[in-house]
Design a protein around this ligand. Structure first.
Ligand code: ADE
Length: 363
């Protein structure tokens, strides 16, 4: 899979970027994924995560409702020869939003251009991306809730009518010029669907939530990744990684790499559940997947505030964390486990959280 960084605003046409080195200042603005390319074609170092990503819907484990909805949309769209409707994917980080965008591009046989809202600071960043899209291509915008107002307003006619409305000149001489765009698909991803403005949200034809993965799916994801990494992993060991990865494939794959390190250093061949537990305890990941940040949060609530309720900002300040990170990265899994509750008066640690920490302290 060729992954080519390119400058927003100067993105070249299809194929023309192969083998080209981006100018240093241009890196990071966007990446192109060309489904026609072969492994090893990379002109830029791929992200570590990319090697373990599924490339087709059939290889994508879990999220069955999402796969069914998108599979139907892809097939119907292809039979009509149209661009896929715009897709908004939302949910906690690490559940496969970017992966799904790449899978969609692969299924549609088109390129996917990847960017994120904070990289689209100036109007010309988003304009440059839009005018260079070929028919039916995907534009993936991560953290789409962080788009600025000007970029959002450029997107409205682009999404609705494949049209760019540009203002030329200033003051009394300002005029609007309209440029046609190729029919394209915007795939937006966000951890905060509620922070999207409603005009933007309303322009997505498909709005799908990604859920935390169940143990069986996670075990299958870990076994698949182990195969790709050339590891011999017992099924019980894959299940042990699955138990500790917070319902999140990205974390599962990260933990698996740590287990691989410990196995390599210890000279182990086949990896069993005991080795996984030992390796992940070393990284302070407990048997329910809680890490040091989770334990600090729960301990602060239980020991510092009698279990709560405590406001998010107070918790964040005491932990030295950003409230938004606490809310979107740390809390969702604790809520899912039933260790934390959000109440109108603040966060509350549950009896289950108290029992878990007490059990851990005694172990
Ligand atoms: N790797 C990361 N996420 C995955 C998924 N949903 N299916 C298969 N492999 C994965």
């Amino acid at each position: 899979m060729a992954i080519v960084s390119s400058a927003a605003g100067s993105a070249p046409g299809p194929g023309s970027t192969r083998g080209a080195r981006p100018r240093p200042e241009a890196v990071d603005a966007t990446r192109l994924i060309d489904p026609a390319s072969q492994p090893g074609d990379e002109t830029d170092l791929p992200l570590r995560e990319d090697s373990l990503r599924p490339r087709r819907l059939a290889d994508y484990i879990g999220q069955s409702e999402l796969k069914q909805v998108l599979g139907i949309a892809v097939t119907a769209t292809q039979s009509r020869g149209e661009a896929l409707d715009h897709v908004l994917l939302y949910g906690p980080p690490g559940l496969g939003k970017t992966t799904m965008a790449l899978v969609l591009a692969e299924e549609l046989g088109v390129r996917c251009r990847i960017t994120s809202a904070p990289a689209l600071e100036r109007p010309r960043d988003i304009v440059g991306l839009l005018v260079n899209l070929q028919p039916r291509e995907l534009l993936f915008i991560d953290e789409i809730h962080r788009l600025n107002r000007v970029a959002e307003e450029i997107l409205y006619p682009a999404m609705e009518d494949f049209r760019l409305d540009l203002t030329v000149g200033k003051g009394t001489t300002a005029r609007t010029r309209t440029l046609p765009l190729a029919p394209f698909t915007l795939v937006g991803a966000t951890t905060r669907a509620g922070s999207l403005s409603s005009p933007l949200r309303d322009r997505f034809g498909l709005i799908q939530r990604l859920e935390f993965y169940g143990l069986e799916d996670l075990q299958a994801i870990v076994e698949r990744a182990a195969g790709l990494l050339g590891l011999v992993l017992e099924p019980a060991a894959a299940l042990e990684v699955a138990r500790r990865c917070r319902g999140t494939p990205r974390i599962a794959n990260r933990l698996l790499r740590r287990v691989r390190d410990v196995a390599a250093v210890g000279g182990h061949g086949a990896i069993g559940a005991g080795l996984v537990a030992e390796a992940l305890s070393l990284h302070r990941v407990d048997d329910r997947g809680l890490d040091a940040s989770d334990r600090r949060l729960l301990t602060l609530l239980l020991e510092g505030h009698g279990g709560g309720p405590v406001g998010l900002d107070t918790l964040a300040a005491a932990l030295g964390e950003d409230p938004a990170t606490l809310e979107t990265v740390v809390e969702p899994y604790l809520l899912q486990l039933g260790f934390l509750q959000r109440t109108p008066r603040g966060r509350v640690a549950t009896e289950a959280a108290r029992r878990h920490l007490a059990w851990e302290a005694a172990a």
